[in-house]
Design a protein around this ligand. Structure first.
Ligand code: UT7
Length: 329
């Protein structure tokens, strides 16, 4: 069988215009810019317009990625959409996106792996391309976390933002931007540390679930923090070993942007100087699965990535899930 290598053909992202600063949040709950900045590194986040939904964010990110890849939407033969804030429980937001961008009637489905969703989806896209199931896969991660954020809960509402990132995956051109490998894992025994309790089959919507504010995201931040650092370090080391690479070979780390302290701890454990770590949590907050592709699109657009450089993607999220991948630019 032909030895096909899957690569990133183009990147794109989109964040909504409206910005919510720490000063704005100070007026909503008992918090301070000082607390948010020192504990998380976040200064502001982008919030979706009332008239928009998750698929709308994805439309802009997808169109930017297709343009960047010089791929016409008619060439897309699979859409994988990573989200935990779908437009509605079903049908998949991938199907809604397919309609909105005018793609052909191709395979389209959602992936729910929270902040790891993009790397999970990217891994599937790699397999689909390399086993020749599909030629051009649109991988998009988008979330409107503001829609499931409890704006009266200071322990979570300061953390999240809305946005979308996308890539087009296809046969690598000139052996560039090749997805060398990935590592995915999950520990379901810790599902209760981060979730939205109601609205599913276990607790359908009732007046009581609404009164008890169970349709909002709940998190035990402190426990998640410790597990995040450990799991992201392990995920990075595992994928590097799988690809026969060492820490020192990495030119750019693109971590999930949950908290600057998590990113700093990860960088320290990987012996990566901070100038080799892409950080945008300051301006976007935690955008769930969209964090990694937004950062990748920003890094791509910055022109700092050179051919042959090794890029490490690394994420951690609800589930609990973890995921890492290596791209040779
Ligand atoms: O996307 C992947 C999943 N998410 C994450 O990876 C997030 C992981 N967790 C975190 O980022 C951090 O745990 C947080 C930023 C959420 C919290 O930071 P922390 O250093 O773990 O703080 P803490 O939860 O231990 O709370 C410390 C104190 C508490 O007060 P007492 O009990 O010490 O009096 C909280 O009540 O800070 C208080 N606090 C706040 N104070 C002002 C919690 N939230 C706030 C707030 N403003 N917004």
């Amino acid at each position: 069988m032909e030895n096909i290598k899957a690569g990133i053909l183009g990147t794109g992202f989109y964040v909504p215009d409206k910005i919510l600063t720490n000063a704005d949040i100070e007026k909503m709950v008992d918090t301070s810019d000082e607390w948010i900045t020192t504990r998380t590194g976040i200064k502001e986040r982008h919030i979706i317009d009332d008239k928009q939904t998750t698929s709308d964010l994805a439309v802009f990110a997808s169109q930017n990625a297709l343009k960047n890849a010089k791929v016409d939407v008619s060439e897309v033969d699979c859409i994988i959409f990573a989200t935990i804030t779908p437009d509605m429980p079903f049908p998949s937001t991938a199907c809604i996106l397919q309609d909105k961008i005018g793609a052909k009637t191709v395979c389209a489905f959602d992936v729910n792996a929270a902040c790891c969703g993009f790397i999970y989806a990217l891994t599937m896209a790699k397999s689909f391309v390399e086993n020749d199931t599909f030629k051009k896969v649109l991988v998009v991660a988008a979330d409107a976390l503001s829609r499931i954020t409890d704006w009266t809960d200071r322990t979570t509402c300061v953390l999240f933002g809305d946005g979308a990132g996308a890539v087009v995956v296809g046969r690598a051109i000139d052996n560039k931007r090749v997805i060398l490998g990935s590592y995915l894992g999950a520990d379901g025994s810790a599902w209760d540390l981060l979730n939205m309790p109601a609205g599913g089959a276990q607790s359908p919507a009732t007046h009581k679930t609404i009164d008890e504010r169970l349709h909002f995201l709940k998190m035990n931040g402190n426990s998640v923090f410790k597990l995040a650092v450990r799991a992201m370090t392990n995920a990075a080391e595992t994928v590097l070993a799988k690809c026969n690479l060492k820490n020192k070979d990495v030119d750019l780390v693109i971590p999930h942007q949950a908290n600057l302290r998590i990113i700093n701890a990860l960088a320290q454990r990987l012996n990566a100087p901070l100038e080799k770590v892409w950080i945008n949590v300051t301006k976007y907050g935690n955008v769930s699965g969209a964090s990694v592709p937004i950062a990748m699109a920003e890094a791509d657009a910055s022109g700092k990535l050179e051919d042959g450089q090794i890029v490490l993607l690394d994420a951690f999220g609800a589930g609990l899930t973890w995921a890492s991948a290596i791209i040779r630019w």
